[in-house]
Design a protein around this ligand. Structure first.
Ligand code: ADP
Length: 151
């Protein structure tokens, strides 16, 4: 059976930190579905969602094991649709842990087939967050080095 993992997130924007998790995840899973959620609380994105899909698709254009989807439903339901039995998430610090702990418990309650697999951030990407990149970009700072594509 194919091991399929969803990699869910807002990806506003998709960063080198996310890219690193996917590349490492490919050693564990046969397929990774990068799933960009556009839920109500994060409706006001900074980077256009369609633009982000296009950029991410281009990053993985030569890696057929990676695909990109948009979603607006429970992650646990989306996983079922894609035959995914794993959620892939990255962990940078204890703040991530507190948050990830609760959503991972809830996702397994909603879909008991679903196991969340956490990869600890690579040290060179540990300080990269979408939030800080948005702030730097907003005020005209250079962010290219933190993204696996050009904006
Ligand atoms: P969300 O809005 O669900 O928190 P994000 O787009 O911010 O989604 O992040 C998606 C996943 O990637 C989360 O598991 C997050 O912890 C992880 N992540 C974000 N930045 C990094 C990084 N620099 N290194 C490792 N994991 C990261």
């Amino acid at each position: 059976m194919k091991k399929i993992a969803l990699f869910p997130g807002s990806f506003d924007p998709y960063t080198m930190g996310h890219h690193d998790i996917v590349l490492r995840g490919l050693k564990l899973f046969d397929q990774i579905v990068i799933s960009i959620g556009h839920n109500t609380s994060k409706k006001n994105r900074y980077f256009d969602i369609e633009l982000m899909v296009g950029k991410i698709e281009k990053v993985y254009q030569n890696i057929p094991e990676v695909k990109v989807v948009l979603y607006n439903e429970l992650t646990s339901s989306l996983a079922k649709k894609h035959g995914a039995t794993y959620l892939l998430r990255g962990l940078r610090n204890t703040t991530d842990f507190e948050y990830e702990n609760t959503i991972s418990q809830m996702n397994r309650y909603l879909n008991e087939e679903l196991e969340t697999v956490f990869l600890i951030t690579s040290p060179e990407f540990a300080a990269i967050s979408s939030t800080i990149i948005r702030e730097v970009h907003r005020y005209g700072g250079k962010v290219d080095e933190f993204l696996p594509y050009e904006v």
